[in-house]
Design a protein around this ligand. Sequence first.
Ligand code: 5GP
Length: 202
Amino acid sequence: MNKGLMIVISGPAGSGKGTVNAHLLATGDFVYSVSATTRAPREGEIDGVNYHYITKEEFLSRIESGDMLEYTEYCGNFYGTPKKEAEEVLASGKNLILEIEVEGARNVKARYPEAILILLLPPTFAVQEARLRGRATETEEKILERLARTKEELAFADAYDYVVYNHDGCDREAAQEIQAILQAERATLRRNAGVAERYFAN
Ligand code: 5GP
């Protein structure tokens, strides 16, 4: 059976990656990789759905035992992708979405060169700032921390394969653009080894 595609979608706070991913998941063609984190759940978040919320001790012990496909420390908390779950999904032929930040994305690409790295961005930095302030779920300190982090992260934009802009009110279009990218990726010859053999055999 063909392995599923490993798709990494990164985007700074305010890029709308949650909404865009929800559109992709609604198609039924993707499985979302539920990360482990030491950060506290936000209002409305559900353990096992948004994240697996675990203690720092547990997180460190999982790193130790090689259970994390990749992990990072982001704004004072640990985040990581459970390895076994990810590999099971891919082996079953389903496409896996990893919603992770830049450092994790680069580590995934180093280990799995066939992974597709997509950077989702608001149209501009000014729009991102306006979205974060409009959200009003976070303190000013957290907002400034996330904006500063965006500047650091975009220094690594070149590590990605694709950039998709999420304009205000256009999250469906952004999801469609990602699907178009994946459709093109599936058609690449490097993902279709043995084309000639199959052609003449049928
Ligand atoms: P948040 O606290 O807003 O849910 O996530 C903060 C950042 O951590 C986001 O950029 C998110 O994509 C990233 N993130 C979430 N899970 C993981 C993970 O498993 N690994 C890595 N490297 N980053 C993650």
